[in-house]
Design a protein around this ligand. Structure first.
Ligand code: ATP
Length: 235
């Protein structure tokens, strides 16, 4: 699904990603662990084409997409759900959702179906679909952001800190939803501070430190790893 080979990313002369290689198979739910400033957002932006890699190759479904524009990556099924949600607060929930399919989908009937599916997944959004997105609670806005990403019918969904700033009960719902999205066939790469909850639903994880992937392993290996527990789980 996604293959990175020795990818570097730079901000001026600062190397924020250093030789990152990763391989994600279709259907996986992979967690990216890393402390603040480790390079998670940079990696996501590089995969989604917002940032051009300074070196290395990026393949999506066997196609070399290195240096492709974000719109081309969306076409290829790579959809990023950004940290901080970035909704249009004055626009209705419905309009925000529809924007998720606007860039590349011309199939109106298909979009209507996806919308129905998204509203069934988030009944609260169905109830509030005509309200301004900015008037919703933090958790509900996160649902809109997830729903908007799903409107693009992603094959690979990049989720950057979806539980950031949410109340514990809502966090639980967000993780349940991510699990459902993955079970329905979408491959997911998830960056999370909430390492325990993320690992619980994951197949595998990578650890990033100072722009380098320093460790990887399957869920149980990571959950059982002393260093991981100390650094990211705190128990
Ligand atoms: P956080 O969880 O705090 O967002 P992160 O793991 O996502 O952290 P990045 O935002 O990718 O980390 O940042 C990686 C490094 O690149 C940090 O040292 C950061 O200061 C630096 N950096 C990020 N964005 C820029 C930028 N636009 N210009 C210069 N340096 C940047």
């Amino acid at each position: 699904m996604l293959k990175l080979e020795n990818v570097d990313a730079k901000y001026a002369s600062f190397k924020a990603l250093d030789g990152v290689s990763m391989d994600i198979e279709p259907g996986e739910l992979v967690v990216l662990l890393g402390s603040n400033g480790a390079g998670k957002t940079t990696l996501f932006n590089t995969i989604s084409g917002l940032l051009k890699p300074a070196a290395g190759r990026i393949h999506v479904n066997g196609r070399d997409m290195t240096g492709s524009k974000p719109s081309a990556l969306v076409q290829a099924g790579v959809v990023q759900c950004a940290e901080g949600r970035k909704l249009f607060p004055d626009m209705s929930v419905l309009k925000n959702l529809m924007l998720g399919g606007y860039v590349h989908r011309r199939d109106r009937a298909g979009m209507k179906n996806t919308l129905e599916h998204v509203l069934a997944m988030f009944p609260i959004l169905d109830e509030k679909k005509n309200e301004a997105a900015g008037s919703l609670s933090g958790g509900q806005q996160q649902m809109v952001a997830l729903g908007r990403a799903l409107m693009g019918r992603p094959k690979l969904l990049l989720l950057d800190e979806p539980s950031l700033g949410l109340a514990p009960l809502v966090v639980k719902q967000v993780f349940e939803t991510i699990k459902t999205i993955n079970a329905e066939g979408t491959t997911v790469l998830l960056a999370e501070q909430n390492a325990y909850a993320a690992l619980k639903i994951a197949t595998r994880a990578y650890v990033i430190e100072n722009g380098r992937l320093v460790m990887q392993g399957d869920r149980d290996e990571m959950l059982g790893n002393e260093a991981i527990r100390k650094a990211y789980i705190g128990a």
